[in-house]
Ligand binder design. Sequence first.
Ligand code: RTP
Ligand code: MG
Length: 148
Amino acid sequence: MEKTFLMVKPDGVQRNLIGEIVSRFEKKGFQLVGGKLMSIPQALAEEHYGEHKERPFFGELVDFITSGPVFAMVWEGENVIATARQMMGSTNPKDAAPGTIRGDFGVTVGKNIIHGSDSPASAEREIGLFFKEEELVEYAKLMNEWIN
Ligand code: RTP
Ligand code: MG
């Protein structure tokens, strides 16, 4: 079953949005298989956002993501990578549709509340960066029979 890496960014934690965000993915029908509140070390932040190293906002991005605790999660489900991105909305909250997380709760691109892997390759890479194998829990939910 497909897995993705999602993370409530420091602004989402400060604004008490962890529960709201977890609730949206639970209600959608995805399954939480890993989660932890953590502070991101500088080196991990730079590696996580490595694809943006040459961008002018890289320094700000790393400073922001290390500025306070984040809630890191792994979610599982059919097409969860692409569907989670849709549920998050466009990168810039000004373009994000109402009903999406960024559309409902965000204002500026630098503080856009949530991160989600953008492809199967990044999901695998990011899960590996943030979670040890033994931190992920495989379990059956009878309710999934009503979804899939
Ligand atoms: P993320 O990686 O955080 O899930 O966001 P994303 O895929 O939607 O967007 P991405 O292109 O990967 O950009 C990563 C984060 O960089 C910040 N950003 N700032 N100042 C700017 O023009 C700018 N552009 C991007 C955003 O916070 C974005 O989430
Ligand atoms: Mg991205």
